[in-house]
Design a protein around this ligand. Sequence first.
Ligand code: FNR
Length: 367
Amino acid sequence: RMPPLAACYNLLDFESVARQVMKKTAWAYYSSGADDEITLRENHLAFHKIWFRPRVLVDVANIDMSTTMLGTPCSIPFYVTATALGKLGHPEGEVVLTRAAHQHQVVQMIPTLASCSFDEIVDARQGDQVQWLQLYVNKDREITRRIVAHAEARGCKGLFITVDAPQLGRREKDMRSKFSDAGSNVQTGDDSVDRSQGAARAISSFIDPALSWKDIPWFKSITKMPIVLKGVQCVEDVLRAVEAGVDGVVLSNHGGRQLETARSGIEILAEVMPALRERGWEKRLEVYVDGGVRRATDILKALCLGAKGVGIGRPFLYAMSAYGLDGVNRAMQLLKDEMEMNMRLIGAARIEELNPSLLDTRGLLGG
Ligand code: FNR
């Protein structure tokens, strides 16, 4: 019943296979967005509003798609973003993603709410592989301080503080499917989880809705890891992030799972980069985007606009759930193949050559 892995020709193919073969609860948790899922759909569709303006007669015999993110060399400008509850999709959970990330030399962001323990995911690291930590901030700051200190001691190279989830969005598909089976050994320090509200709400009650800009100096005082705010959604907050002295932002709406009818990351990027350039601030922090990235052309559009890299979530979960490690490896390889071809067709042999003049963004900017 399941198509062979070789029949998956792109990341969207993994999604349709996963939909057929995954347990209903797991599919509901991974695939759901908030409310009517308008932002969820927009995330990918927004890329279709941008067109390329390729250059011809550029020597594209040798393509180099490597780059750096927060100082870490990466073979291609995407990272595996943090997604909770990896064991819903695969019995081994997040360590499958760790292995694929190693194979392809990309960074993995470890979720606070992983199914595997943090140490298991770190122990699965090989060679000089790099991981970051995604942080949900606990109401008890001592717990948070310990998590951050432990992550730094275990070699994490970036702290991504999720700032778009003071309360979990309403993911109705997930709520209907009544989380009962394991995402299992997630440790929230809260035994009294309410499972009637779906997986997401069951595990997120510890997150502090009082988190504010005032807390940023404290984070800087407890770690030497670069600090990145994940889930910033407008230029005002990006400028504030620069002033707060953080090292980066992820323009993201949490995969359409939080505020419904929030804008796509790529649309926010088009607002943010000109304002940073105008102030000469574009080198003061690294700007990342996630949400709806499914094709190398999506990655290229984000990079042309000025992103340092993009995060990819669901496609790797789907590939892992359907085909395990082989699936995730193939998904990453497909992106690399697409990337090489499309850089040739755009007329850019290296990442440094990507720039806004390679795009027509009039559709995005509503011109
Ligand atoms: C997420 N995301 C997320 N983000 C975060 O900061 N902490 C988390 O625990 C999770 N958990 C999570 C679970 C699942 C199942 C999904 C799909 C997403 C959001 C994630 O990091 C990222 O912003 C989006 O997934 C990007 O969109 P795509 O690539 O899934 O379209």
